[in-house]
Design a protein around this ligand. Structure first.
Ligand code: CA
Ligand code: CA
Ligand code: CA
Length: 365
């Protein structure tokens, strides 16, 4: 069994958790748990030539990389499509993971110049990376049109008690922006900006718990977000329209206004093949992940209302796994902890047990 991140916590859970361990009959799904949007996918190819990180995406290697789908509102179909186009590309080689982004923008604006400032207070572009898809230990990078960056990592999501580590740095990061227009000048209309990033693999290796650089076919969980504020012109300057919230436009929709749900980030599949030859493979573990997250979110909602975890699926109002590949589900509960588990039959005929616990950590036995 792969050891969970917090073995002591797990041990307490495993020893004390006996109530409600028997499988429960199916009930109607919890009304508090709408189906999250299906994550998007992207095949990340090897760069055919070195890239010059100057903010311009005109390097020959970028030509072979397809654009992602145009970004959508973070809530997905529930909200109107963004007024301004955003899209991204990815490449990799033995040294770096490359990200390029293109943003239409009539009002280029940025104010923050201090590294590790809260960059989303400006218009920005953001990258989120969870290499092993366990929901914990993931990286975030934000950059504004001045090229000011904020690199941080999350040991676990904020909603699960996580506290960001702002001191996390990306040694050797190469980053640049290119502005097609004038910065902080309301007297004209701009066209947009591009971002070009090269993340060195050793920095991403720190909490990847997977090979870096990745192997052919490996899939990492990644999402991109663009924060866009409503501005007004005051004198010769832009300022935020008071009382307005930011827009969050993303590659793979989250379904809610919260980027810190790695389970809805996109799948990035690394390929060593020639451009266009690799097909995105569906995640065979997704049925288990989906059902376990339904239990997790229903437990959070239940605890809000009842000040304790539900002891059975019946109590929780969550149906037994509908997928034929899922069997032997178990819910274990203590005063402070819970763990839900389910057996997943994989396409190769083997069975793997998958688990989730109260802080959203997902892992296979
Ligand atoms: Ca370039
Ligand atoms: Ca992780
Ligand atoms: Ca930092």
């Amino acid at each position: 069994m792969k050891p969970p991140r917090h073995p002591l916590l797990y041990a307490v859970c495993a020893i004390a958790a006996t109530i409600g361990a028997a499988p429960s009959p199916a009930t109607s799904p919890s009304p508090s748990a709408p189906t999250p949007p299906a994550p998007l996918g992207y095949v990340c190819q090897r760069a055919s030539a070195p890239l010059q990180i100057d903010g311009r995406l005109d390097d020959p290697a970028w030509r072979d990389a397809p654009w992602t789908a145009d970004f959508v509102d973070i809530e997905g179909d529930a909200r109107p499509r963004p007024a301004l186009r955003t899209r991204a590309k990815m490449l990799w080689d033995d040294e770096y993971l490359y990200v390029g982004a293109e943003m239409a923008e009539p009002h280029l604006w940025a104010t923050l110049t201090r590294h590790d400032a809260v960059i989303f207070q400006d218009h920005d572009f953001e990258v989120f990376i969870d290499p092993n898809g366990d929901n914990h230990e993931y990286y975030e990078f934000e950059i504004n049109a001045l090229g000011t960056g904020w690199d941080l990592l999350l040991p676990r999501p904020y909603k699960d008690g996580g506290r960001a580590v702002h001191d996390w740095e990306i040694p050797g990061l190469k980053s640049a922006v290119h502005l097609d227009g004038t910065l902080n000048d309301p007297s004209d209309t701009d066209r947009g900006w591009t971002v070009e990033l090269a993340f060195p693999w050793p920095a991403l290796a720190e909490l990847a718990r997977r090979p870096t650089p990745p192997r052919d076919g490996d899939q990492w969980r990644v999402n991109f977000s663009r924060v866009e504020w409503s501005l007004r012109v005051v004198g010769a300057h832009y300022e935020k329209v008071p009382g307005t919230k930011e827009n969050n436009w993303v590659w793979s929709p989250q379904g809610v206004v919260n980027m810190h749900r790695p389970e809805t980030w996109g799948y990035v599949q690394f390929s060593t093949g020639r451009p266009g030859t690799a097909a995105l493979q569906p995640d065979a573990t997704r049925p288990a992940r989906q059902w376990l997250h339904a239990v997790y979110y229903a437990q959070r909602a239940y605890r809000e209302g009842h000040k304790r975890w539900a002891r059975t699926l019946d109590e929780l109002g969550v149906a037994a796994p509908p997928d034929a590949a899922l069997t032997r589900h178990v819910l274990e509960v203590t005063t402070d902890l819970f763990q839900a588990s389910v057996d997943l039959r994989l396409p190769d005929g083997t069975t793997q047990r998958w688990n989730i616990r109260q802080d959203a950590l997902v892992w296979p036995d």
